[in-house]
Ligand binder design. Structure first.
Ligand SMILES: [Zn+2]
Length: 235
């Protein structure tokens, strides 16, 4: 009998210290949608992440659909002027629409505070997809598949939430492709997705830069002190 253990996707297990976050305090410096509350993004991790929408003049949130291999849970902590109610919880379909849940995105009184919890599976692969649906005829305009595990970037010690990175790259690809933004069914031309409103580019750039900065500090430490920066304890 083959007693070789089945391969798993898990990297070296590391201790995860319990952490707690006050969502409302965190939202004071919220700058991108789907911001993980905790730095644990490995296999089998539950990844609660904040989404924070505020109505303002000229706000056009855009809309897309997200497919995930596993269900996601949406907790609405507070909301006004929108399609969701405060203190409510629901499980989203594996393919679910994503937009600002505000009846009038230009209404400065409208807001929504959500915690979206994604789950990383235990497998080496986790397919996801971003889909753009035609607002005129409700048919598929473009679909972009990616693997949140296989296509993730390992930039250094500060890990990246793959869904956010791929949402940014997908929106950029869609925006640059007029053919993709032209509905093959009804001819509607969809304007570019307002990617700046979602803050994903800032998150992507920050993740790249903080890892380069960390590398610089490690190099300097080795050169000056002749010893590497000790590994970072998890709080
Ligand atoms: Zn159409």
């Amino acid at each position: 009998m083959d007693k070789t253990p089945a391969p798993t996707a898990s990297k070296t297990p590391r201790r995860k210290h319990p952490l707690k976050v006050n969502v409302f305090e965190r939202l004071q410096h919220h700058v991108w949608q789907l911001a993980p509350l905790f730095p644990y993004l490995d296999d089998e991790a539950l990844v609660p992440a904040t989404a924070f929408f505020m109505g303002h003049v000229g706000f056009h949130p855009g809309r897309f659909s997200h497919f995930n291999t596993v269900e996601e849970v949406a907790l609405v902590l507070a909301a006004a002027g929108g399609y969701v109610r405060g203190a409510s919880l629901r499980v989203a379909n594996r393919t679910h629409a994503v937009t600002a849940p505000l009846a009038d995105p230009a209404d400065p009184e409208a807001f929504a505070v959500l915690v979206i919890t994604q789950r990383n599976n235990a497998e080496p692969s986790q397919p996801e997809a971003i889909l753009f649906i035609c607002p005129q005829c409700n048919k598929l305009m473009a679909r972009y598949d990616y693997d949140a595990k296989r296509d993730s970037r390992d930039l250094g010690p500060v890990s990246e939430f793959s869904t956010v990175y791929h949402s940014f790259r997908t929106a950029e690809t869609f925006n640059a492709d007029l053919e993709a933004r032209t509905c093959k069914h009804c001819g509607h031309v969809e304007p570019p997705f307002p990617v700046e409103e979602w803050g994903w580019g800032r998150y992507t750039r920050h993740t790249e830069l903080v890892n380069r900065a960390r590398q610089q500090l490690e190099t300097m430490s080795t050169e000056v002190l002749d010893e590497p920066v000790p590994s970072e304890p998890r709080r």
